[in-house]
Design a protein. Structure first.
Length: 277
């Protein structure tokens, strides 16, 4: 009987859910409606002095960005969001904010520090680093997309050339793409899922041999580090389906200084005239 009771005691933590994993996002901001209003005003009036970069990149003016919300909902771990005036309730008193903490049972650790968060500029960067840190904790993070197609379904949906570029991260030969020297007015969409990616107003002739844009449409592109072929580059993919588009470089024109170098095969062009026949 004593052995049975001892076993029940030792396993009670699991039975009671003490081993349940949790992400704790701690904002460098105070809780409450009044403070939320003051934070909103601060972001609008003086964004350069706003102290919570976690808030700044994951929220719009009033609500959490949909891309971030969808990502959080897809994670195989519970997420809790709290504020600096509530941080002591979680047992964290001497911690730089904002921070993201991973807790598993009685063990917890900062997996993204305040210093790291404050260097981020886009929600894609936060998603990528958080995914990497969760993978380090042994979690399987699956990419979410609205199409949710298997690779076999992608092969059936796309041409062989499109599949090679979009799904196998291939590259078309320079100066051969349909949109390299193409400058009509309209919108460039993902050839895989139809998501709008670029406006023709940001397209320019970079001379690189591929279509080039100095900016993408807001929150339509994901960026990730690409170290293939002995090079260090930033890959760009469609935020919806994950289709490979190309790479982004820091040698573009103003106002962004960026060059989104994109495979023509990754794109479909929409002039907006289809309904005017």
């Amino acid at each position: 009987m004593r052995i049975i009771l001892l076993l029940l005691f030792l396993t009670s933590g699991v039975l009671c859910g003490e081993d349940e994993s949790e992400l704790i996002f701690i904002y460098n901001a105070k809780s409450g409606i009044v403070n939320e209003f003051l934070d909103f005003a601060h972001k609008i009036v003086s964004p350069s002095t706003y102290n919570c970069n976690l808030c700044a990149i994951s929220y719009g003016n009033f609500t959490m960005k949909k891309k971030w919300s969808d990502y959080i909902s897809s994670l195989p771990v519970r997420s809790t969001f709290t504020y600096k005036d509530k941080v002591s309730e979680y047992g964290y008193n001497n911690i730089e904010l904002p921070s993201i903490i991973f807790r598993n049972g009685s063990r917890s650790k900062v997996i993204i520090s305040s210093e790291e968060i404050n260097k981020l500029k886009k929600i894609d960067q936060l998603i990528n680093i958080l995914s990497d840190r969760l993978k380090d904790q042994g979690m399987s993070i699956e990419k979410q997309n609205k199409n949710n197609l298997s690779e076999q379904e992608w092969k059936e949906k796309l041409t062989p050339e499109e599949y090679h570029i979009l799904r196998e991260k291939g590259t078309e030969r320079p100066f051969t793409g349909e949109y390299d020297k193409f400058y009509e007015d309209g919108t460039y969409k993902c050839a895989g899922c139809g998501t709008e990616l670029f406006s023709s107003s940001s397209k320019y002739d970079s001379g690189c041999g591929w279509p080039a844009f100095y900016e993408a449409l807001p929150e339509k592109i994901e960026e990730s580090e690409d170290n293939s072929f002995g090079m260090r580059r930033i890959e760009i993919t469609c935020e919806n389906c994950g289709g490979h588009l190309g790479h982004v470089f820091n040698d573009g024109p103003q106002p962004s200084g960026l060059r989104y170098c994109v495979n023509s095969i990754s794109l479909d062009f929409d002039s907006g005239d289809d309904d005017n026949d």
